[in-house]
Design a protein around this ligand. Structure first.
Ligand code: NDP
Length: 322
């Protein structure tokens, strides 16, 4: 998978560093059976290279605003290339100062958030990140979309074990999933979105023409708002609706920003935070029916078996080689 994605992206103008960063993210997603952000995204990555919206030879530049706050101008790279540049210095700063952050600008995020925050957790740090995306989600009580599907990621380190990783969109359901349900004539849960006339409906085809809603009513809506602010003015980038207005509509990821915060529990706490974490996990795991967020992906990762790939998708990606 890695070799195929690398070759496809290089065939469309990405250099080895940029193509390799994306190929690694795609391969890790397929390894973890996180299919919505693996090979499925490759045609979109290619469209963004073809239109010139994303620079396949970008070299993100990192500047220190203070010793603990960095600014990364991604130079219109795909996000994984920006992460290659900014995560190692972010880790070093957070381990030195107890807390460090990076604001990423001019970046194109088309992936899940867990790769970057798991990298922080593997270094013993707590990671928090968020990204905004094209405006498909109406605020609670409204019918006009202003929020992106706005994912939020949180990772907590567990030395010697898989970290706890929460990585979730604040939309009740991804637009892609609604479109698939519409194609297959399946109903979606009430609260997923509104029809073009603003009615709550379970009809996916109507929602695909209307708007999505945040999960959890006014509370999810508040989180989506927080993410617009952290991934927008906090990092010097556009809101979701502004990103859409300037996007060329090529089907690839729009330009936007990313907020990443890294914190060291070893610096914040004067107690044995790791042992305390395990006391919590022991009780949590003892609750029948409960599992930790991230556990499904980590279990998939440990499975050394073959990975199934959608044949039409694979054919489409191979077709992009020529
Ligand atoms: P899900 O609803 O599938 O999962 C959200 C979180 O809940 C995950 O951490 C998941 O862990 C956990 N979880 C799921 N089921 C359970 C359960 N039964 N018990 C405990 N925890 C559970 O994710 P979303 O559909 O909201 O988002 C999917 C992906 O899309 C994310 O990776 C997100 O970053 C990405 N995304 C990216 C965007 C972008 O612009 N780049 C835009 C929007 C979304 P687990 O993984 O173990 O199932």
């Amino acid at each position: 998978m890695h070799a195929l994605v690398l070759a496809v992206l290089q065939a469309h103008g990405a250099d080895e560093a940029n193509a390799g960063a994306v190929a690694e993210t795609v391969t890790r997603a397929e390894r973890d059976r996180a299919l919505s952000h693996g090979l499925f995204r490759v045609p979109g990555y290619v469209k963004a290279l073809q239109s010139g919206k994303v620079k396949g030879d970008a070299r993100p530049v990192l500047n220190a605003a203070t010793p603990a706050v960095m600014r990364c101008d991604a130079g219109n790279a795909f996000a994984p290339m920006a992460h290659k540049t900014c995560l190692p210095p972010l880790i070093e700063a957070a381990q030195t100062f107890g807390l460090a952050g990076v604001s990423i600008q001019r970046c194109h995020h088309f992936a899940a958030l867990w790769p970057e925050i798991e990298t922080l957790a593997q270094a013993g740090l707590v990671g928090i990140t968020c990204v905004s995306y094209l405006p498909w989600v109406a605020p609670h009580g409204g019918q006009v979309p202003i929020f992106g599907t706005n994912p939020f990621g949180f990772a907590w380190p567990r030395p010697g074990r898989d970290p706890i990783v929460i990585d979730m969109a604040t939309a009740a359901m991804a637009m892609g999933e609604v479109q698939i349900a519409a194609r297959e004539g399946q109903a979606v849960p009430l609260g997923t979105g509104l029809s073009p006339s603003g009615e709550l409906t379970t009809d996916a085809a109507e929602i695909a023409k209307g708007v999505l809603l945040p999960f959890g009513g006014h509370k999810g809506s508040a989180l989506a708002l927080m993410i617009e602010l952290l991934a927008g003015p906090m990092v010097g980038e556009a809101f979701s609706f502004e990103a859409q207005a300037r996007d060329n509509g090529d089907g690839g990821p729009a330009q936007g920003g990313q907020f990443i915060l890294a914190m060291s529990p070893a610096v914040f706490s004067d107690a044995d935070w790791a042992a305390q974490t395990e006391r919590f996990v022991a009780v949590y795991d003892g609750i029948e029916g409960a599992r930790l967020p991230g556990a499904k992906r980590h279990a998939a990762r440990r499975d050394p078996g073959v990975r199934a790939v959608n044949t039409p998708l694979l054919t489409e990606i191979r077709g992009l080689l020529s």
